[in-house]
Design a protein. Structure first.
Ligand code: ADP
Ligand code: MG
Ligand code: MG
Length: 250
């Protein structure tokens, strides 16, 4: 699904990612944990193809294709989805309109017909219901005046409608109370399956009680300094990240 080899990334001439290797098989859920400023969001952005993140070495293959040759829209059409740590507001564009436009763009890129309006409405109502997203929220401009929890649910709704192959979730748990966290985790778990993979980025272990990962990686100062099974997240809860700082520096 995803094969990252020796990835080096610079932002504003400063090296942020210093040689990342990561392989995610179909069906696997990988958690990336690490302290603030370790490069977690940088990794998410470079996967999605955000401007200003310069790859100075290494490679990223997604479903066997070199994504570094593709724009963000092509990556999305191929089935790569990023749920943002800080979802942006899009005044003037209703959430419903965003969903329909994104889904149809994806279908077009894959040579499929547009979904009819009744079929689209049925799909969105079903997914929105599961995520406690109201009809009223669907009509509002994307994220404008949404609470933190509503923004995160809107991200997961986009994911549920687009059914990506690879979901990258950047600190989807930040700012959520326990009830909102459960709704989001249920939404994510509903999308788990043998052919879909997820990279769940989180600072805290708490989310991983609800979205149980197959593998956990610790990112520190732009390097993966440790990888293990789900028990590694619990260990980190005990030890904190400080013990990895020296390792990363070395
Ligand atoms: P995390 O998501 O793990 O908190 P980030 O990927 O956001 O970490 O940031 C990693 C490092 O890159 C930090 O030191 C941060 O200051 C730096 N950084 C991130 N974005 C930019 C940017 N646009 N310009 C300059 N430095 C940046
Ligand atoms: Mg951060
Ligand atoms: Mg971040």
């Amino acid at each position: 699904m995803l094969e990252i080899k020796n990835l080096h990334v610079e932002v504003d001439g400063q090296e942020i990612l210093k040689g990342i290797d990561l392989t995610v098989e179909p069906g696997e859920v990988h958690a990336i944990m690490g302290p603030n400023g370790s490069g977690k969001s940088t990794l998410a952005y470079v996967l999605a193809g955000r401007d200003g993140y310069e790859v100075t070495g290494g490679s990223i293959a997604f479903r066997g294709e070199d994504v570094l040759e593709m724009g963000p829209d092509e990556r999305a059409a191929l089935g790569l989805f990023l749920a943002f740590q800080y979802p942006i507001e899009i005044p003037g564009v209703a959430l419903m309109t965003l969903l329909k436009t994104a889904l149809n763009a994806q279908r077009k890129a894959r040579g499929e017909d547009e979904l009819s309006t009744p079929d689209f409405m049925r799909l969105v109502r079903e997914k929105a219901g599961e995520l406690n997203v109201s009809q009223e929220m669907l009509k509002r401009p994307v994220n404008v005046g949404f609470s933190g929890g509503e923004k995160k649910r809107a991200e997961i709704l986009q994911m549920a409608v687009l059914q990506p192959w690879l979901c990258v979730l950047d600190e989807t748990d930040s700012g959520l109370d326990i009830d909102a966290l459960k709704v989001v985790a249920d939404g994510v778990n509903a999308l788990r399956g043998p052919e879909r993979s997820m990279v769940v980025i989180t600072h805290y272990q708490r989310l991983l009680n609800y979205i149980v990962p197959d593998k956990v990686h610790v990112l520190s100062a732009g390097r993966i300094v440790r990888s293990g099974g789900k028990e590694l997240a619990l260990e980190l809860e005990e030890s904190g990240y400080a013990i990895y700082q020296d390792e990363a520096a070395a």
